[in-house]
Design a protein. Structure first.
Length: 210
């Protein structure tokens, strides 16, 4: 399995060497940036598994970097660990407000850093595995027509409103009366979609045209 990719952002070369070297020895692939501008270039080249950034840097600081990453759909879910000088509560609060996932005050133990890195990567992997996939319901009829379309639209509204899994609803074009009835009852309660008489009149017209 490929090593997890981390972008480390800090204008302090000593921190870059110490933290970057430690993470590399732990098996991570580390790309080192001196400010937010360089970090954004790295991210555009390849989306990392994790970003570790200092708060106070020239050009583009860690707060602005975090805000930009969160604002873009490709990087909105990338975990971000932020660190800054010990006792700077303002930096910590600003970091969380911008979207940082965790915060580590300097100076810090490298083992604590590693534990936070592992935790964020595990959480990110778990979130990716839980992504819900949509379901498709196909309405097919030999002749098609208004009745089938009406049934499909109203059933879709019903399923969207109550949730496919929790509602336990299934639909089939072979059972138009029952499905139209269910949809009609829901539309009447919610005030959405077609009223029962409209559903029935459309169904009658559909049967007439077949």
């Amino acid at each position: 399995m490929a090593a997890e990719d981390i972008v480390l952002v800090d204008d302090d070369r000593v921190i870059q060497k110490m933290v970057g070297g430690f993470l590399e020895r732990r098996g991570y692939h580390v790309r080192k940036a001196s400010d937010g501008i360089e970090a954004l270039r790295f991210v555009r080249d390849r989306i990392p598994d994790l970003v570790i950034t200092d708060v106070r840097m020239p050009e583009l600081n860690g707060i602005e970097l975090t805000s930009r990453l969160r604002a873009h759909h490709r990087t909105a879910a990338v975990p971000i660990l932020m660190f800054s000088e010990l006792g700077s509560a303002h930096d910590a609060l600003a970091g969380y407000a911008a979207g940082a996932d965790d915060y580590l005050p300097k100076p810090f133990e490298l083992e604590i850093l590693e534990a936070k890195v592992q935790s964020l990567l595990r959480r990110s992997a778990g979130d990716s595995a839980k992504v819900n996939r949509g379901k498709v319901i196909l309405f097919a009829h030999a002749k098609g027509g208004v009745g089938t379309t009406c049934l499909a639209v109203n059933t879709a509204i019903l399923l969207a409103a109550c949730g496919l899994s929790s509602c336990g609803a299934t639909a089939s074009a072979a059972q138009p009366a029952r499905n139209e009835n269910s949809a009609a009852k829901y539309m009447t309660r919610s005030g959405r979609g077609l009223k029962p008489d409209a559903l029935s009149s459309r169904a009658k017209r559909a049967r007439t045209h077949r």
